[in-house]
Design a protein around this ligand. Structure first.
Ligand code: NFA
Length: 101
């Protein structure tokens, strides 16, 4: 029978920590054609055409735009790969990453 000597007085609540997320950011430049930026966003980040257009125009007007958020390793590898793909085509287009808030 449960009594003061055998009944635990505390319960342990277990929480699963979510990994911190990092933003992939598209940086504007004066040289990369808009159509190339849109094509790259669709190919590398699997965005829709409308979403790619919105992200490209936002970066064009404001200087940069968040493309998507991932765990740090994925964000960094996607940013590097997209930047290298642009470089291979001769464009200075840059994707960076930063931790989310
Ligand atoms: N500013 C570029 C242009 O006018 C387009 C661009 C948008 C480049 C977003 C990089 C990022 N051709």
């Amino acid at each position: 029978m449960p009594d003061a000597t055998t009944t635990p007085r505390t319960k342990t609540l277990t929480r699963t920590a979510r990994p911190p997320l990092h933003k992939v950011i598209l940086v504007n430049d004066d040289f990369t054609p808009r159509e190339f930026v849109v094509r790259l966003l669709k190919a590398e980040f699997r965005t829709t055409g409308d979403e790619a257009q919105r992200i490209m125009i936002t970066a064009h007007m404001k200087g940069s735009c968040v493309v998507a958020v991932f765990t740090r390793e994925i964000a960094e590898s996607k940013a590097t790969r997209a930047t290298e793909t642009a470089r291979a085509e001769g464009f200075p287009l840059l994707f960076t990453t930063e931790p989310e808030e």
